[in-house]
Design a binder for this molecule. Sequence first.
Ligand code: PA5
Length: 359
Amino acid sequence: MGCENCRTNRTDLDDSSLLREVDKGDMFSFSLNMPEDIEKALSDCQARSFSSFSPDNILVCGMGGSAIGGDLANSLLWEEISVPIHVNRDYHLPAFVSKNSLVFLVSYSGNTEETLNAYKEAQEKEARRIVICSGGKLKEIAREDVVIEIPSGRPPRSALPFLFVPIVYALESMGVARKRSRDWKETISLLRQLRENYSPLTPSPDNKAKQLAYCLQGKLPLLYSTSPLTHSVAYRWKTQFNENAKIHAYVDYFPELHHNEIMGWEGKDEVSYAVVLLRDKGENERIRRRVEITKELLEGKADLYEVWTQGESRLARIFSLLFLGDLVSLYLAILNRVDPQEINFINYIKSKLNAVGEG
Ligand code: PA5
C-alpha cells in the first residue's frame, strides 16, 4: 500500500484503555476475526449442495451491511461470468426478474422490510431463490426455500464473510462461476498477515490503518476508485465510515468522475477534503494516466492519499483493501470518541416505521 503522505507523529490510538472505553461492543475483535470468519463461512457452505442452474440474470436483494456482499460479488466476477449481477436495494424488483432469474435475498436480521417485500415479489415471479439470514421473519416465510442460516448476535456489517461467501459459493456450486479454492486460501492467509500490521497492538508509526485514520480525522473523505474491482470496496469504505465512525463520506469512480465530479474542484468551498485513491494493479493504462492528471489538478486543493490492493487473485485484492477500510473506520470512531457498534439513527428509523406498520 502506498500511503506515505499520511505519516504523522501521533500515537493516541496506541492507548488500549481508550480503545476499550470507546469500542464498547468490541467491534475490533469482529473485524480482526475476518480471516477465521471467511474460513468458517466456507466450511458451513461446504456442507450444502446447490443444484445446477443457468440463470438469465442474478439479483442480490438486501440493504446496508447485507447488500454489500452483492456489490463485492459483482466486482469479483466482473471479468468472469456472462450474466449480469444486479444489486437491488429497494422494496420492489425490476421488471426483468422472471423464472429464469436467480435471486439472493439477504438480510442479517431477517427483519428488514425492503428485503421482506422483495422476497414476496421474487416468490410471485417464481424466481429461483436463495435466502441468507440469521433468523427473523425472512427465515419463517422462506421455509420452502433454500435458506442459508448464518450465526446471529453481531452487527450485520461485521458479519460480512457470512453474507458474502455463500453468494459466491452458491454460484460456484451451481456452475455459474468457477471454483476458486486457491483464491480463498490466498485471501485468508493475506488477511492474517495484514492483521499483524493493522492490529491495535501494532504501534502507530508502523500501523498503516492508524496512520490513515489520523490523516482523515476532521476531513470529508472523498473515495475515488480506479477499477470495477475497487468500486465495491470504495462503497464499503464509505458505509463503514458512516456507520462506525459516524461521519459523511463520498464515493466516486474513474473514469466517470472525469466527466462531472472533477469540475467540483474548480470551485472554492470551505470544506476540508481528503481524497483517497483506491487503486489496483489491474487498472488500465488510460486510468493510470487519468490518475496522474487528477493528482496534478488537485495539487494544493486537498490532501491526497493512495491505497493499493495487495495479493494476486481478484478475491485477495478485494479483501486486502476492504480489510484496511474496515480498520480505518474503527480507528476513526475511536478518534471521534463514538462507539462504532451503536447505530441509533438507523434503529430509530426502523422503530418508527415498525410503529406505523406496513404501508
Ligand atoms: O450495518 C447495519 O446494521 C445496517 O446497514 C443493516 O445491515 C441494514 O439496516 C439492513 O439490516 P439487515 O442487515 O438486518 O437486513
